[in-house]
Design a protein around this ligand. Structure first.
Ligand SMILES: C[S@@+](CC[C@H](N)C(=O)[O-])C[C@H]1O[C@@H](n2cnc3c(N)ncnc32)[C@H](O)[C@@H]1O
Length: 314
């Protein structure tokens, strides 16, 4: 559970990026009071109810001696779900009519979260369950290796057309072997019976992206690795942001951690609001964003905003 601190705000000079330090429930409340429903994409990667305390690693841990990143211990699952529900209720209010929310959890809790989201957003607003499949060092277990997380996507309002920028993945090797890389065209006879396809004279864009995404975890030697625990790969967030928002849109992430969503949003020309209750997160977010040109300054003391840690510009 994160400490309940009063929100402190940091923003870029042009207002395109904001970070709220403190309990995200208060920060979301402040946003609901002040802003219109204008969020195109809200991405939530909350603590997964693991019963563990997460510590900073590597250079980050050695640097400033603050080793606790966040505490994921709860009295029971109900408490964890209630905490998530109260944040999601605020997020629903902040979403633009065309907006959507993606909640990132693991297979131990995804079924509870789906029922919760059906209640909060309506079953008709469920749009996809995306499986993030990753490779990692095999664990010793008499079970299949656990190598996926679950991302549940709901839209705010089924009557509004949401943002959609289609993405493509590579053609299957068997398709390439039979048809090459040219676009295929389905051929049907006069009775509507499917005949052998033909190819057109244009290159295929690939296969429309499916809902199982094979993306590696952030490797220990990766340039983007910050030393903050549970850091998600920027390519995962870039994929979500590219397909579900347009340039200039607002992306919200109330569980910033190392600031992956904010970094990806900034690089893709989107605006962002991100939040976290932990000091280690604040330090990493400010440093990571500064390294890519998004200098977040404390709203009351812009001149005093100091950055305690070094993060490479990935
Ligand atoms: C799983 S991590 C997020 C990791 C992030 N997606 C990344 O790529 O680095 C969850 C984060 O949520 C934060 N958090 C948990 N409860 C919170 C709360 N009530 N208010 C604000 N932040 C909270 C923790 O401090 C932690 O940094």
């Amino acid at each position: 559970m994160a400490r309940a601190t009063v929100a402190r705000r940091y923003a870029t000079a042009d207002g395109r990026g904001e970070f709220f330090e403190g309990d995200n429930l208060r920060s979301l409340d402040a946003l609901v009071r002040e802003r219109e429903a204008s969020v195109a994409l809200a991405y939530l990667d909350p603590p997964f109810d693991t019963g563990r305390v997460f510590e900073t690693q590597g250079r980050l841990a050695a640097g400033d001696g603050k080793t606790v990143a966040y505490d994921d211990r709860w009295s029971d699952r109900a408490e964890w779900l209630e905490a998530l529900a109260s944040r999601l209720a605020r997020i629903r209010e902040l979403l633009a009519p065309h907006g959507c929310v993606v909640v990132h959890v693991d297979p131990r809790t995804s079924h509870y979260v789906k029922v919760l989201m059906d209640e909060l957003f309506g079953e008709e607003n469920f749009v996809s369950e995306i499986i993030w499949r990753y490779r990692r060092w095999p664990a010793k277990t008499r079970n299949f290796q656990r190598v996926h997380d679950v991302m549940l996507r709901y839209r705010k309002d089924a009557r509004c057309e949401g943002r959609w920028n289609p993405l493509y993945e590579d053609l299957a090797p068997s398709t390439k072997a039979t048809w090459g890389t040219r676009k295929q065209r389905a051929v049907v006879d006069a009775n509507g019976k499917r005949l052998r396809s033909t190819t057109e004279d244009v290159e295929s864009k690939g296969v429309p992206m499916g809902d199982v995404w094979d993306i590696g975890v952030v490797a220990p030697v990766a340039k983007e690795r910050t030393g903050y625990p549970s850091q998600k790969p920027e390519s995962l967030l870039s994929r979500l942001i590219t397909s579900l928002t347009d340039e200039g849109d607002l992306v919200l992430d109330p569980y910033a951690g190392s600031g992956t969503t904010a970094a990806a949003a900034w690089k893709l020309g989107r605006r962002f609001v991100t939040m976290d209750a932990g000091e280690a997160s604040r330090d990493v977010v400010l440093a990571r964003l500064a390294a890519i040109g998004a200098n977040l300054r404390h709203e009351d003391h812009p001149e005093k905003t100091s950055i305690n840690v070094k993060v490479a510009a990935a």
